[in-house]
Design a protein around this ligand. Sequence first.
Ligand SMILES: [Zn+2]
Length: 420
Amino acid sequence: MNVSQSAAGAAARGPGRAPADQVAVRRANLVRVLGEVRSAGPLSRATVARHTGLTRATVSSLVTELIERGLLRETDFQQDGTVGRPGRRLEIDGRAVAALGLEINSRYLAAWSTDLAGRTLSERRVVHDATREGAERTIRALAAIAAELLGEARAAGVHTAGIGVAVPGPVDAADGSVRAAPNLGWRDVPVARLLRELLGLADEVAVVVDNEANLAALAERGHAGSRAADLVYVTGETGIGAGIVADGGLLRGAGGFSGELGHLQVDPAGERCACGRIGCLETKVGLTAAIRTAAPDLAADGAAGAVTRDPQELAGELLRRAAEGDPRALGGLDEIGRWLGIGLAIPVNLLNPEVIVLGGYFATVAPYLLPAAMRELRERAVAGDPAVSRVTGSALGFTAAVRGAAGVIVEEVFADPARA
Ligand SMILES: [Zn+2]
C-alpha cells in the first residue's frame, strides 16, 4: 500500500501540515497498526512501534482509538520476548463489529453474518425461486432476511459495518447493479440501491454487490490452507461461472465481466442454453444437466420439481445414490465429470492456476466426478502433467459465496477502521 506508506512517511516528518492532510495521515496509520497486529499479533505496543517506524506516543494514541472502535483489545499480562517485565499485548478484537453477507441464487436466498474475528453470528437459508418471483419481490424477501440479521446484531450490541451481496451474474461494480443474469432472467437491476432503500441504511453502511463466483473465490482463498496466488473457483449450481484469482488478486477484466466459463461453447451441436447460445458448458454440467443425466426421475416429477428444489438437497440426493452404487447415478456423474474436465481445460491452459476449487454440487459429489474430469484434463493440458492444476471440492460448499460477501466488508473495515 503505497498510500499508507507515503502518508506514514509524512507523519514521521512532523507537524505543520493542513488538518485534512493530518486526518488522512492518521487514518493511514490506523490501518498500518491494525494490519501489523492482524498479521503478526499478539504484539506489544513497543513491537508495533518498531515494526511500523512510528513513535511510541503515536502508537499509543492510535491503539487507544482502535480499542475504542472495538477493533483491538489487550491480552492479559504476558512476557513479550525474553527481556523486560511482563506486559499487555495487543490482538484483534472485532467482537463489536459485524459484516453481513447475502446471496441471491436462482433457487434460494442465503445470509451469513460474522464478527471481524471470523466468528459466525447468524445464518439463514430459504428456498426461493428468484426466476419466478422476479427482481422486486426477490429483493424484498432478501431485505426481510437482512433486516432480521441486522436486528439480531443490534440486539447483541454489535455494529454492522456493511453488507456484501453475491449475485449469479455480471455486476456493474460502479453502482452495484446486476447487468444480465440469464438464470434469473434479470437485466439491469439496481440491487444495491433497492436494498439501501428497503433497509433504510445510513450512508456510512457500505453495500457491495459482486458476482457470486468472485466472492466465493475470495472466500476459498481466505480459507485456512488455501492461500494460493493463482486459484480458479468454479460454481456448481444451475449456473456455472468462474471466479479467478491471478497473482493474488481478483481478475475482473476491463468491465468486470470476466469468468463466464459456463457460457463458453464446448459442443457446437449441443442444446440451447439459458443465455440463448448453443452448447455452453453450463448445458453439460449445470445442476439441471446433472439431474437429467444422473437422476432423471428427480427432474421428471415436474420440471418445476427440479427448478424449485434446493440445490443442496438435490446434491445430497445425488451423493446418496452414487454411494449406494446406483448405476444410473454413477454413469451419469462419470459423464458429467468428463464434460467438466473438458471445461476445466480452458482455465488450465489459459491461466495455469495452482488450484481449481469446485463449488456447489460439484463439491458434494466430487469423488464421483473427479476421476473422469482429471483423465480429460490430463489429456488436454497442452504443457502436460506439470500444467495440470490440483482440483479439489470446496470445503465451504454452498456457503462460499455468502461468506465471501461478508469477507469483502471485513476487508473494507481493516482498510478503513473509521467504518467500525
Ligand atoms: Zn450459455
